[in-house]
Structure formats: C-alpha cells, structure tokens
Write a protein that binds this ligand. Structure first.
Ligand code: CA
Length: 226
C-alpha cells in the first residue's frame, strides 16, 4: 500500500512519513503543492494525505487536479482547527475525510486504514475509461470529476459499453441487453439513446470515448495516453 503525504511543515511531514513507514506502508513525502500534484498525477497511490495550507498550490488546487484527471484515490485532508468551513468545502470538492491539526498519530492511522478499506470496496464497484467513472453501487457517473445525470436506460447502455470496453457491440446485442427486445432495424431507439449519452459524457470532453462503427455497431474505448 502506497501513500503520498503532501505537507510543507518539515517536522509534521517527517513524522508522518516515518510513522506510516513503521506501520508498514510505502510513504512518499512531497513538501509543497506543485510537487504533491505532480506525484499524485504521475504515480499510483492508494491514498493521499493532503495538507490544506501549502505554498505554491494549496490543498484545494491539488485535490481539484487529482479529481479532474479522473483519479479516485482517497484523499484525507489535514486542516487547522479554525478552518471549519474548509472542512465542509473539502468534502464537497471530493475529499474523503479530514483530520484537524494537531492530531494523534493513532487517529491518523485509524482514518488511513478505514479509507483504504473503503477505497478497495469502491474499486470493485467502479467502471472506468479515461476520466469517466461509473459507480455501480451509488449509480453515479462522473466525467473529469463532474457529475453527469443519466436516465436508467442511458445508465444501462453506458454500463454495457464499459463492461465490454474495446469490443464492437452490434445493435442487436445492445437491443437485447438494454431494452430486452429483439432488434428491429426500423427503430432508431438505440441511435437516439447513444446520441443522448454522447451529449452527456462526450460532447464537452476530450478524448471522445464512444465510437460508431459503420454497419456494425458501437464501441467504447479510451485512447492510449500519448
Ligand atoms: Ca501547511
């Protein structure tokens, strides 16, 4: 389990790194927001412990970048006691939990373990392509960290496309799986649903994920990052 700590106070940073290492985690320490964002975006962590007040980029900006890149890594915010509003804002912006400074290390460790467990459970119930994420349990869809509202049919269609990523799905298969009907070439119900889904998850974003394969069907695929 790999944890990124973003903390500018040298004593706190060293203390967290040492404590988490002793508890059996691989812990990396970034000492400002720029370094922290770079590490969070370019490496795979199971958890980020993120101080709010940081030089360069603050914790909000780092969190926003992480979510905008489609990374769902759990984030534990560290805030000062007088930043109550910050905590609310943190949770709204996609932090998973917060801890008020000063805190006991045992408290931090307990939160870290809870978040890691929760992260694993979420991992298993999520489908992803690029920065599109579908949470099957909560039936929540986000693209680039932005919430997308889908109808039940659009959700079922997206789930099917995501489960069979990279495969061309014939209209007949989509019709039977999503609409529970035999494909009738006179109906354009699938075309309409695909168009609506694209308008919600692709039109305002890059890269485009849903492709039409002429005469064959549809395909959802995330291009290889270049
Ligand atoms: Ca700080």
């Amino acid at each position: 389990m790999k944890i990124l700590i973003v903390e500018d106070e040298p004593k706190t940073g060293d203390y967290l790194k040492q404590g988490l290492s002793e508890a059996g985690f691989v812990a990396d320490l970034a000492r400002d927001g720029v370094e922290g964002r770079h590490a969070a975006l370019h490496d795979d962590y199971d958890l980020v412990v993120l101080d709010v007040m940081l030089p360069g980029l603050d914790g909000w900006q780092v969190l926003r970048s992480i979510r905008a890149a489609g990374k769902q890594v759990p984030v534990l915010f560290l805030t000062a006691r007088d930043q109550v509003e910050d905590r609310v804002r943190g949770l709204e912006e996609g932090a998973d939990d917060y801890l008020v400074k000063p805190f006991a290390f045992s408290e931090l460790l307990a939160r870290v373990r809870t978040l890691l467990r929760r992260g694993k459970a979420r991992e298993a119930s999520c489908l992803r392509a690029a920065d599109l994420e579908v949470d099957l349990l909560r039936r929540r869809v986000t693209r680039a960290g932005r919430r997308v509202e889908l109808t039940a049919k659009e959700f079922a269609l997206l789930e099917l496309l995501l489960r069979r990523q990279g495969e061309i799905l014939p209209r007949s298969l989509i019709a039977s799986q999503v609409w529970d009907m035999n494909f009738d070439s006179d109906t354009n119900v699938i075309e309409v649903a695909v168009r609506r889904l694209r308008a919600k998850i692709d039109d305002d974003f890059e890269p485009k994920l849903i492709r039409t394969v002429r005469g064959m069907g549809y395909l959802l695929e995330a291009p290889e990052p270049s």
